[in-house]
Design a protein around this ligand. Structure first.
Ligand code: GDP
Length: 273
């Protein structure tokens, strides 16, 4: 499952409590936590592991914080491979945590079976999510920190529930109704209910044979992502392109070339040698 949400919403706390809950149910849990990279050293902040203190101490849990290294979508280029590796290593629940930076929600939804969007009441999160098209992707929406103002949380959940009726689902296999659940990761409230909703979502996908279709479509998306990345790398490092790229971009910047003209010129150079 994927977990996304704005920084500070409580993703790491949730992973700690839901991870511990899963251990008591006899599961083996892997966590792939994608940290925002520092633009200077490209290193992961590695704060996540400290917030998953108990979980990381369990021999039945594996936590791997990885820098997102500036990858579009906050999903590390190797997240999908790491996911397969965790599966092969016998972890039956794999949690992928991403930073909530717009594209990351789409990327994590394209990588996991169930995408849980974490929200806070009263922060405008809900509107942001509608604007960015994230609600179309979420399989489950969890409002965290309901302990702070339970009434406000109830209201936010009801509003989101209403809003969801008018939002078309992005994928043909997306569940028709999206569960909206209130939780408190800090006080371990609603965690079992959230896990039940995730299980229910999974069972529905399996019952109508959409899980396999969803995973197949994700594999095709993965393939295209790799093609795009590989072509871009090839383009950027091509000797003829590399020689003129900087000057061409400067020309675009100064209005001497339109972006179209620049692209045509660079692609010509790329193809012709
Ligand atoms: P992340 O950046 O999304 O991973 O958020 P964290 O898990 O680091 O949580 C950010 C802060 O919110 C921490 O200080 C947590 O203790 C606090 N927090 C997380 N969940 C809850 C909750 O359910 N209730 C309250 N009151 N605080 C919470």
């Amino acid at each position: 499952m994927g977990i996304s949400g704005a920084p500070g919403v409580g993703k790491s706390c949730l992973i700690e409590v839901i991870g511990l809950h899963l251990l008591t149910l006899g599961h083996r849990v892997a966590v792939l936590a994608i940290d925002p990279s520092s633009p200077i050293n490209r290193g992961a902040i590695l704060a996540d592991k400290t917030r998953m203190e108990k979980l990381s101490a369990s021999p039945h849990a594996f936590i791997r914080p990885t820098p997102s290294s500036g990858t579009l979508g906050g999903i590390n280029a190797h997240t999908r491979e790491a996911l397969l590796l965790c599966e092969a290593a016998g972890f039956d629940v794999i949690l992928v945590e991403t930073v909530g930076v717009g594209q990351s929600e789409i990327a994590v939804a394209n990588t996991t079976d169930c995408f849980v969007l974490l929200q806070l009441p009263h922060t405008g999160d809900d509107l942001q999510a509608i604007k960015k098209g994230i609600l179309e992707r979420a399989d489950i929406i969890a409002y965290n920190k309901i302990d702070i103002d339970p009434l406000a949380a109830q209201q936010a959940m009801m509003q989101t529930h209403q809003a969801l009726k008018f939002i078309a689902r992005a994928d043909p296999w997306a569940s028709a109704s999206v569960e909206v659940i209130g939780i408190s990761a800090l006080h371990n409230q609603g965690i079992a209910t959230l896990w039940q909703a995730i299980l229910q979502h999974h069972q529905t996908l399996q019952a109508n044979h959409t899980l396999i279709k969803k995973r197949n479509a994700q594999t095709i998306t993965w393939t295209w992502d790799l093609i795009t990345q590989s072509l871009e790398h090839d383009f950027r490092t091509h000797p003829a392109v590399a020689k003129t790229l900087s000057a061409t971009l400067t020309a675009v910047n100064q209005g001497e070339l339109t972006p179209n003209q620049a692209v045509n010129r660079l692609i010509q150079q790329w193809k012709s040698s």
